[in-house]
Design a protein around this ligand. Structure first.
Ligand SMILES: Nc1ncnc2c1ncn2[C@@H]1O[C@H](COP(=O)(O)OP(=O)(O)OP(=O)(O)O)[C@@H](O)[C@H]1O
Ligand SMILES: [Mg+2]
Length: 219
């Protein structure tokens, strides 16, 4: 089982958005997927409850029960577990980074977000966790090939963290923030849309990054 954690101390960076869309994408790709929400805000859980389709599967738990939840997922032949986590850079984040095969840190393209991301980067480095950063909610280019300066500056900023940066940038799109009435995400409805393409590219990179990081059930 692969365990992917969305991690960032900064609230609103896009942890939940990316967690649910990556979970849906992996599910559509034929994986057995579980989404585990350990954030007391329960945003991923609320998203899941509003859905008619009950796949990907959901579990919600207190961070101290995360190991049990992961062991249970592994025992149910889950292939991919995605963890949505609270906006913290304390012991919970350290524990999560230590358990996950890969931690993905979303970062919005702004100086405030870049500075705050440093604390999450420090945590993954401290516990020697495998991690990567993805720029999220970047402005769309007005024309093909014309990268907005906000995005270029953010790319230069995240390169300084000295951890791998996703080769795909997730753009700011309503398609990623508004599910349909039956709780489906737009990537389920418009499988050829831009949001689906970007999430698919991100997923492909994450699969590559986590290629030899399998979860070993413990305790
Ligand atoms: N790429 C995007 N395009 C458009 N809207 C986005 C994108 N990413 C996130 N959002 C929106 O930004 C808001 C915050 O995103 P989200 O809830 O995923 O962040 P979070 O890191 O989980 O926040 P928290 O730390 O509070 O849990 C939400 O309204 C979400 O719909
Ligand atoms: Mg969240």
């Amino acid at each position: 089982m692969k365990v992917l954690a969305l991690l960032s101390q900064k609230g609103g960076a896009g942890k939940t958005t990316l967690a649910v869309h990556l979970a849906v994408h992996a599910h559509l790709s034929g994986e057995r997927v579980a989404l585990i929400d350990i954030d007391p805000q329960r945003s991923a859980g609320d998203w899941w409850r509003a859905r008619e389709d009950k796949m990907p599967a959901l579990a919600e738990c207190h961070p101290r029960h995360l190991v049990d939840a992961l062991n249970q997922a592994a025992s149910r032949s889950i292939g991919v577990t995605i963890l949505d986590t609270p906006p913290q850079a304390g012991p919970v984040a350290e524990m999560v980074a230590g358990l996950a095969g890969l931690s993905l840190i979303p970062c919005r393209p702004s100086p405030i977000d870049l500075r705050s991301t440093q604390r999450t980067v420090d945590i993954v480095k401290k516990v020697r966790a495998r991690a990567g950063i993805v720029l999220n909610a970047c402005p769309l280019a007005r024309r093909e090939g014309a990268e907005p300066s906000i995005t270029r500056e953010a790319r230069e900023g995240v390169a300084e963290f000295d951890i791998p940066v996703a080769p795909v940038i997730i753009s700011h799109q309503a398609a990623l923030s508004h599910p349909t009435m039956d709780g489906r995400t737009y990537i389920e409805v418009f499988r050829d849309g831009r949001a689906a393409y970007e999430i698919g590219e991100l997923w492909a990179w994450l699969v590559y990054m986590a290629r030899d990081a399998d979860y070993r059930p413990s305790r």
